[in-house]
Ligand binder design. Structure first.
Ligand SMILES: Cc1ncc(COP(=O)(O)O)c(C=O)c1O
Length: 448
């Protein structure tokens, strides 16, 4: 049989791709993919990812404290999850297509209903990532409310991040991401995050069909709302007939020490959007689960049931990764582990805050969703080091101590830790010690 190289000169097979060296990979990336991001990020080239560790092309080990921004709950290249995906392949399942039942997706939806807040979110829509899941939820709430006179708008939160597709930036709380997207959805207003009074005032106008919020704002800077905020939001949404939609894309799947972050307050939303942690870090995945009434109001008739279809909907491989990730997380008690390790981690970082009160403004979070907010660097040093102490500390962690962390998208004063839930106590200790050394170094460099 002729080889692909004989047919398409220069074609890389998967074997070739795995064997690509640093220089070739960088050159290809710069030529064909987004080069500004990699230049600005001074990207690493990892040739191996295993559990909480990466190995770069020069054989150096790095610690994963960001888990691909909250995706890799089960650890990188988790053997159990890969093994389950392999089973799906070996048994030659029917994987794709709109015309037949989907056993794996149906089983995943069943599991998610069992694990949903209060066991009450029993219908599911799937997607291939967070932003698409948000788009799906926007469509759901609009369609479900089409017969409610006067309910024409969506309420969302300032500082919120829901993804970067056009619909998702429309509900997001940052003008920056709407650049060149205007006109975006005109029907969105925003209230300050965590302010229950402002929320009630807005909802009482009767104009809103849905309220969108993250239970902890991730990209906004790991902002934990005041205790009771979600409960009040639930009450107001019920009182004013508003569909309460929570975005658990970053905070879900056990990350905060409960299956869902809303479980901390025993709140049952009407729609819950998920992604990231359910993919095993392997397969693009996302979706929403919702109350049956909302789903039926939107898609429950022959007229509307085809209003949302997508080729990769109910994708078998993604659903298998979801099932396997959940099984691994629960069999290994990783949710409880996230709570205990998170308390330990946050406690240690707060001790650091007490030692460096002029550098660290606040340590926030729940479970293994943790942010550190830093003060501004004195003006005369900003050019060399960045606007906030978060910059030199973040850089030293990545470059000197080989710990992967990153800034929150909507708040440059904050960087965060979203490690795999399997992270070890010793790895947390190493991280905290490294943060302290990086802070001491930043103080030294900005006080010469
Ligand atoms: C809360 C939240 N919503 C939505 C998204 C968008 O998800 P994706 O990047 O998969 O589109 C993110 C991503 O960081 C997120 O944190």
């Amino acid at each position: 049989m002729p080889k692909i190289e004989d047919k398409v000169k220069g074609f890389y097979t998967v074997d070739d791709a795995i064997a690509l060296d640093y220089e070739t990979t960088q050159a290809l990336q710069f030529k064909h993919l987004n080069k500004t991001r990699t230049i600005l990020g001074g990207s690493k080239y990892f040739v191996k990812a295993d559990g909480t560790k990466f190995i770069d092309h020069e054989g150096r080990e790095h610690l994963d404290m960001i888990g691909a921004v909250g995706v890799v709950t089960v650890g990188n290249n988790n053997e159990f999850v890969w093994g389950e995906l392999e089973k799906v392949f070996r048994s030659k399942q029917y994987m794709m297509g709109a015309v037949a039942y989907h056993n794996i997706a149906a089983a995943f939806a069943h599991n998610m209903a069992l694990l949903s807040p209060g066991g009450q979110l029993t219908k599911m829509g799937t997607a291939t990532g967070g932003a698409e899941a948000i788009e799906g939820s926007i469509k759901l709430v609009k369609l479900a409310s089409r017969n409610k006179p006067g309910k024409e708008k969506i309420l969302a939160c300032e500082g919120a991040f829901h993804g970067k597709t056009t619909g998702a930036v429309s509900v997001g709380g940052k003008e920056k991401w709407r650049m060149s997207q205007h006109p975006t959805m005109e029907m969105v207003d925003w209230v300050p995050y965590g302010d229950a009074e402002a929320l009630e005032r807005a909802l009482a106008t009767g104009r809103y069909l849905a309220f969108y919020t993250e239970p902890i704002q991730g990209e906004g800077g790991i902002i934990v709302p005041p205790e009771g905020y979600l409960k009040k939001a639930r009450e107001f949404c019920t009182r004013y007939d508003v569909i309460f939609t929570v975005d658990e894309i970053q905070s879900g799947c056990g990350r905060t020490g409960r299956m869902w972050c809303v479980d901390h307050e025993n709140v049952v939303p009407d729609v819950l959007v998920f992604a990231k942690g359910f993919s095993g870090g392997l397969v693009p995945f996302g979706g929403y689960i919702c109350r049956e009434e909302v789903y039926e109001a939107a898609y429950g008739s022959a007229e509307t049931c085809f209003h949302h279809t997508a080729t990769y909907q109910e994708n078998g491989l993604s659903a298998a990764a979801g099932i396997a990730s959940l099984e691994y997380i629960m069999e290994n008690d990783l949710i409880e582990a996230a709570a205990a390790k998170g308390d330990y981690f946050i406690g240690k970082l707060r001790e650091l805050r007490e030692r460096y009160p002029g550098i660290i403004r606040e340590v926030r979070g729940k479970g293994l969703m943790i942010g550190m907010e830093f003060y501004e660097i004195p003006d005369q040093y900003k050019e060399g080091y960045g606007d906030y102490y978060a910059d030199p500390v973040n850089n030293d962690l990545v470059e000197k101590y080989r710990i992967q962390v990153n800034h929150t998208i909507n708040n440059p004063a904050v960087f965060r830790f979203l490690p795999p839930l399997i992270v070890e106590k010793e790895e947390i200790d190493y991280t905290v010690e490294s943060v302290e050394l990086a802070i001491q170094d930043a103080i030294e460099r900005t006080s010469r």
